[in-house]
Design a protein around this ligand. Structure first.
Ligand code: FMN
Length: 435
């Protein structure tokens, strides 16, 4: 199911709100999306862009992503783990939907690229899945935000260490296809960090079967059903200012000189729908955090602790915090789980381990377990200073050095005083009592 078919499905279920009023892509659309979050929106009357629609907030929650795959949220971690292990090549087609229209010349002003906020450095593509290739490692998928600064050039943020960064370091310049209007199999696969050389399109296909096609001017295989493709080349040493822009943490990132993406051809579907993705908002968070949950889950289980679920939760910017639910069998399981979770997600700053009776998606329950089951002297694990995340404004600038801490909120196995179980009231059907 392509992006637009999913939007049509949402429409049939009245799960997307269509905005018929004229809306500007200059800050207004982002403001409406943020106000409506997490409700998906389809802007049908985009000021200055009569031939384009803009959709946003489409995959803001784990529930919406699970819904796309036709599974429950608790099946997401096993599904993603299996897709990473059992990758499969997608079907290659010609006459792909994403190439139905080839734009006449390249003029980025003709695309409904949003300016999201007053302080942003410019109009930004934030939802693009970037397809690149290296002669040794093959294809790679990543996300790289891109800020327009001329009719055909953008500066694109490529963090050191990313596979694309490695390709650029090696080759100096690299062909790239920025694909906009993707479904969760492609989005989630692009957000996973797997060994360099693994083609994430094969993870996407294992998540949900898909079609791919060859780009029109580049030797790259791209998702056939996406809405827009910007084909071009990225240059390591041709750089331009990028930023300010809102980070995952909802704080502003600084201006840096980043590689230039020169757009050389734009193709799109007929009646295309631009995919908006609000920086720092829920959709950005869920896509960033969710692929780290299986790696934490695996690391904790491999450490000999029965891990039941993991939530890299939005309150922790879906990156800096992990809540780990375990079936505690031994007194030291909580501490073992803390150490393993940090191995499973190196950028994590705080890990919270809870018992199996705690709903890890309810912050009140997690805090309740801290209030009732935690003693700092025995339950706090100070990992000390280590490199964490470049996204954390409190980490040491440049080195990412941060103080990592784990919290064991699990109850002792042997109760000495009062019990730790939450008292339950009998359940009744209120309809028996209310007329
Ligand atoms: C919505 C979203 C936006 C992102 N934006 C960027 C970005 O601008 N630059 C970047 O280097 N990484 C960005 N990332 C993170 C990487 O693309 C992502 O972690 C990827 O898995 C790294 O893959 P790699 O290990 O194959 O390099 C973004 C991730 C998401 C989900």
């Amino acid at each position: 199911m392509h992006f637009r078919e999913y939007i049509e499905k949402l429409d049939k279920n009245s799960s997307i709100t269509k905005i018929k009023k004229e809306v500007s892509i200059d800050i207004e659309a982002a403001a409406v999306l943020k106000t409506a979050e997490p409700t998906p929106l389809l802007f049908e009357n985009v000021k200055g862009y009569p031939n384009f629609r803009v959709a946003g907030n489409v995959f803001c929650t784990k529930t919406s992503i699970a819904d796309y795959f036709g599974i429950t949220t608790s099946q997401l971690i096993p599904r993603l783990t299996e897709a990473i292990d059992k990758r499969s090549p997608p079907e290659v087609i010609t006459n792909a939907p994403c190439q139905e229209v080839v734009m006449n010349g390249v003029n980025l002003d003709k695309l409904p690229i949003l300016k999201h906020n007053e302080s942003d450095g410019g109009r930004y593509i934030s939802s693009a899945v970037v397809v690149t290739k290296d002669s040794e490692f093959g294809q790679n998928l990543d996300f790289h935000r891109a800020m327009q600064f001329s009719a055909n050039r953008m500066s694109t943020r490529i963090i050191k260490g990313r596979d694309f960064y490695k390709f650029l370091e090696k080759n100096g310049e690299v062909d790239a296809a920025y694909c906009v209007g993707n479904t969760p199999n492609v989005l989630v696969a692009a957000a996973t960090s797997v060994k360099t050389g693994i083609n994430e399109l094969e993870i996407a296909n294992a998540l949900s079967p898909m079609e791919v096609t060859k780009a029109t001017t580049l030797d790259l295989i791209i998702p056939a059903g996406c809405e827009f493709v910007l084909e071009g080349r990225v240059f390591m040493n041709d750089r331009s200012n990028e930023g300010p822009f809102i980070d995952l943490t909802e704080t502003y990132d600084i201006v840096r000189e980043e590689p230039v993406f020169e757009v050389r051809r734009i193709t799109h579907r007929k009646n295309p729908i631009w995919q908006a993705l609000l920086p720092g908002a829920l959709e950005h968070k869920v896509l960033m955090g969710m692929p780290r949950e299986p790696t934490i889950y695996k690391a904790v289980n491999e450490a000999g602790v029965k891990c039941l679920d993991v939530n890299v939760n939005p309150g922790g910017s879906s990156w800096l915090h992990a809540i780990v639910k375990i079936d505690k069998q031994n007194e030291d399981d909580g501490k073992k789980a803390i150490h393993a979770a940090f191995q499973g997600h190196r950028s994590c700053k705080h890990v919270f381990v809870v018992d199996k009776d705690i709903n890890i998606y309810d912050p009140l329950e997690v805090e309740w377990s801290m209030a009732t089951r935690f003693q700092a002297e025995s339950g706090l694990v100070d990992i000390g200073k280590e490199p964490g995340s470049s996204l954390d404004p409190s980490a040491e600038p440049g080195t990412k050095i941060t103080n990592k801490v784990g919290f064991d909120f699990t109850a002792p196995l042997v109760t000495k005083g009062k019990g730790f179980a939450k008292a339950e009231f009998p359940k009744v059907d209120l309809r028996d009592y209310i007329e």
